[in-house]
Ligand binder design. Structure first.
Ligand SMILES: Cc1cc2nc3c(=O)[nH]c(=O)nc-3n(C[C@H](O)[C@H](O)[C@H](O)COP(=O)(O)OP(=O)(O)OC[C@H]3O[C@@H](n4cnc5c(N)ncnc54)[C@H](O)[C@@H]3O)c2cc1C
Length: 287
C-alpha cells in the first residue's frame, strides 16, 4: 500500500524506522524487538540504506520481507551515493518488480572523513535530481528528508527551504524530518515550508535520548541542537542510568505530546531497532 493511500485513510500516521541487522545475533535481537513494535500496528515502517550503499542487499531483503511476507507497508530508503543512472535503474526495477511501492529518496552523506559530497560519474548531485529521475522512470510513492535544524551543509534556513521546495516540486509526496529535540525548530520549518508553497505532510522524526553516551552520538549523527533543559538533565543524571532513562522518556513524551497538540501529522520514530522506548511513548500517548 502506498503511503499516500494511508494518508487518505489516516489524519495522522505513526511509523518506525529500522536498519538492517548486521549479523545473525543482531538478527535475533531485531526479530524480538521488531515483533513487539509491529504489535503496535504502525501505519508503515521504513528501512535505511547504509552509507555508500553498503547495506543494499540487506536493505532490499528486509524491505521485501516486511512488505511482502509480514504485510506491513514498507518504505525503502535509497541514496545516490556511488550510484550512476544504470545502477539506479537496476536497483529500483528490482524493488518495483518485487512489489515495493514506497521509496525514500536521499542524496546520502559524503564518505567518512570527507567534507563534500561528490556525485558518482553519471549519477546525481542532489536528492531533487534523483527524485526527478525516479519520477520519470518509475511509479513509486516518494518521500524525502527535511531538516528542522537546517541541513549541515546549507548556508541558512532560507536557502535550505528553497532547495527543499525544488525537491518536493521534483515529485516528492511527503517529507520526514531529521531527528530534533527542540519543537520550535520543527514548527519554524513547517512555517517556512508552507510560506515557500510546500503543501505535503512533514512528519516529525523522533528519538528519545535515554543514555548519556547518546548525547554525543545523536548530535554527531544529525547535528541537531540540544536544548539547555535536555543537556542539563543528561548532565544531572549522568551517573544514574535509570533516572536518566526516565527523565529522557519524560522529555520525549512531552515533546511528542506537544507536536501532536500543535497539529503534527503523526510521528516517525527512529527506533534504532529497539522497542522499549518507542513502546512506552506510544502507549502513554496513544493508549
Ligand atoms: C528521515 C531521514 C532518513 C535518512 N535515511 C538515510 C539513509 O537511509 N541512508 C543514508 O545514507 N542517509 C540517510 N539520511 C541522511 C541523508 O542522506 C543526509 O542528511 C544527506 O546529507 C542529505 O540527504 P538529502 O536527501 O536531504 O540531500 P539533499 O536534499 O540533496 O540536500 C543536501 C544539501 O544540498 C543542498 N541542496 C539541495 N539542492 C540544492 C541545489 N539545487 N543547489 C544548492 N544546494 C542544494 C541542501 O540544502 C542540503 O544542504 C536520512 C536523513 C533523514 C532526515
Amino acid at each position: 500500500m502506498r503511503v499516500t493511500d494511508i494518508f487518505k485513510e489516516k489524519e495522522r500516521t505513526y511509523s518506525f524506522e529500522f536498519f538492517p541487522p548486521r549479523d545473525e545475533i543482531s538478527a535475533v535481537d531485531f526479530g524480538i524487538n521488531v515483533g513487539q513494535l509491529l504489535g503496535l500496528d504502525p501505519s508503515f515502517v521504513t528501512v535505511t540504506y547504509g552509507a555508500g550503499g553498503s547495506t543494499r542487499d540487506r536493505t532490499f531483503a528486509l524491505v521485501e520481507y516486511l512488505n511482502n511476507r509480514i504485510g506491513i507497508p514498507t518504505v525503502a530508503h535509497y541514496t545516490c551515493v556511488q550510484a550512476d543512472r544504470e545502477k539506479i535503474v537496476r536497483d529500483l526495477s528490482w524493488l518495483q518488480q518485487t512489489g515495493i511501492e514506497n521509496l525514500f529518496v536521499l542524496r546520502g552523506d559524503p564518505p567518512k572523513g570527507e567534507a563534500t559530497f561528490v556525485p558518482a560519474e553519471g549519477g546525481f548531485q542532489y536528492a531533487s535530481q534523483l527524485t526527478s529521475f525516479v519520477r520519470e522512470q518509475f511509479d513509486f510513492c516518494l518521500g524525502g528528508a527535511a531538516y528542522p535544524d537546517i541541513h549541515p551543509e546549507a548556508p541558512n534556513a532560507f536557502s535550505d527551504v528553497l532547495n527543499l521546495k525544488k525537491k518536493v516540486d521534483a515529485g516528492l509526496d511527503f517529507l520526514t524530518t531529521q531527528l530534533f529535540f527542540d519543537n520550535q525548530k520543527y514548527f519554524d520549518l513547517v512555517r517556512r515550508a508552507r510560506a515557500a508553497g510546500i503543501a505535503c505532510r512533514i512528519i516529525p522524526g523522533i528519538i528519545p535520548l535515554t543514555q548519556f553516551s547518546q548525547l554525543e552520538r545523536f548530535t554527531r549523527m544529525s547535528q541537531a541542537s540540544i536544548p539547555e533543559a535536555l543537556t542539563e538533565l543528561t548532565e544531572r543524571f549522568k551517573d544514574q542510568p535509570s533516572k536518566l532513562y526516565q527523565a529522557g522518556m519524560d522529555y520525549a513524551i512531552a515533546q511528542c505530546r506537544e507536536l501532536l497538540e500543535q497539529g503534527a501529522p503523526g510521528l516517525h520514530f527512529y527506533t534504532l531497532n529497539k522497542s522499549r522506548a518507542t513502546i512506552e511513548i506510544y502507549q502513554t500517548l496513544l493508549g
